[in-house]
Design a protein around this ligand. Structure first.
Ligand SMILES: *Cc1c(COP(=O)(O)O)cnc(C)c1O
Length: 371
């Protein structure tokens, strides 16, 4: 039996969004970020479709386990691991044919040792910190690390990259442009030591959508390929296609009298006699409890407010005082369109006080993804 709650993922929309990124990249390579289960959309099906269609040239992950899953599924595209790799994880990362990020002398030494022990040549990308202050080498240390890489016979410098914390907002323009300039200088320093580095990259979705990509040779979009802008204030010059449609179903409908309360904590009281529907979704599915008495759901082209607390497996909506035209078994849209109504990821993110990224990442494993 199909579960009542499903996440429908439009792979064509992902390809359309990647085509937009490729257009913006203007001849540069495109890396699709598929970390965190492809931002909740399903790691393997998304990656497989990207590989089959050739809509990206690289994939990006955060964890070795993510790359292992991709390799086990027959993904042969090159995969960059964005994050530092701990020494006891290196052997698995090399087995998964990951391209490693390195940002300090210890990481380079450990990678060289692990690669040599396996008799392998491992490709690494040198990570430079130009302002994110998360991971990566200080710009002033880059040339020295380049020299260390040049002296590491089992490592090959395939790329150099940095990351941009405010590329997605207009106020971040100046900071981001300064990062691009600093990064250009660092790339020149490193190339003087190791020769031309094939992949030079910095652009996340914010930069792909809103910045001149300079001398980079690859872009790294994530959120935009899943149809969302990174920030409510990101310029909307480039229209993205909706990817996710999240639905559940009504399991129960009842009359609630004025003055009666609905749900845990009795936080919502019916102001008038009304009809209440129960929907088969809750925070156990990733429909956040922060949406209690704040979210809304769509049924048959109409919008109904979430009332009371979102439970683990069930949520109540107010259908209003009139005899309802919707009933048990009907589809409920949590994310997506119904008739003329639409609930976007942005709307849910705003109600939760978070960003679009987190909304789909939070959708749990028990919600089947349908493609
Ligand atoms: C996640 C990630 C990206 C993609 O960022 P978006 O904002 O989703 O486009 C790019 N680069 C790195 C290093 C990342 O961790």
């Amino acid at each position: 039996m199909p579960t009542p709650t499903q996440l429908r993922v439009d792979l064509e929309a992902i390809h359309a969004n990647l085509a937009l990124a490729r257009d913006r990249a203007n001849g540069r390579s495109v890396l699709a970020a598929v970390k965190a289960n492809a931002y909740g959309h399903g790691l393997v099906p998304v990656a497989r479709s990207i590989q089959e269609r050739g809509s990206a040239d690289w994939l990006g992950v955060a964890l070795t386990s993510e790359a292992e899953e991709l390799r086990a599924a027959g993904i042969t595209l090159p995969i960059l691991k964005f994050t530092p790799t701990l020494a006891d994880d290196l052997d698995d990362a090399i087995t998964a044919e990951l391209t490693l990020s390195v940002g300090d002398a210890g990481a380079i030494r450990a990678a060289q040792l692990a690669a040599a022990a396996r008799g392998r040549i491992v490709e690494v990308h040198l990570k430079i910190d130009t302002g994110m202050r998360r991971v990566g080498a200080e710009p002033g240390d880059a040339a020295l690390l380049g020299a260390q890489l040049a002296d590491s016979p089992n490592l090959r410098v395939g790329g150099i990259f940095t990351h941009l914390p405010v590329s997605d907002v207009p106020e971040g323009g100046e900071f981001t442009r300064a990062q691009f300039r600093l990064f250009d200088d660092v790339v020149a320093d490193v190339e003087r030591v190791v020769g031309t580095v094939p992949l030079v990259h910095c652009a996340n979705s914010g930069a792909v959508l809103g910045h001149d990509l300079g001398r980079s040779t690859m872009v790294r979009p994530g959120i935009m390929i899943y149809g969302s802008y990174p920030d409510p204030h990101t310029p909307r010059d480039h229209p993205l296609s909706d990817v996710a449609r999240w639905t559940s179903r009504i399991t129960f409908v009842k009359r609630v009298q004025a003055g009666q309360t609905v749900g845990y904590g009795r936080t919502w009281t019916a102001p008038v006699d009304t009809w209440v529907a129960t929907v088969a979704v809750g925070y156990g599915d990733g429909y956040s409890r922060l949406l209690s008495s704040r979210g809304r759901m769509l049924v048959d082209g109409h919008s109904y407010p979430v009332i009371g607390r979102v439970c683990m497996d069930q949520t109540m909506i107010d259908l209003g005082p009139d005899l309802p035209t919707v009933g048990v078994g009907d589809e409920v849209v949590l994310l997506g369109t119904s008739g003329k109504e639409r609930i976007g990821v942005e709307e849910i993110a705003e109600l939760m006080g978070t960003i679009t990224y987190e909304v789909t990442c939070l959708i749990t494993d028990r919600v089947p993804r349908v493609y």
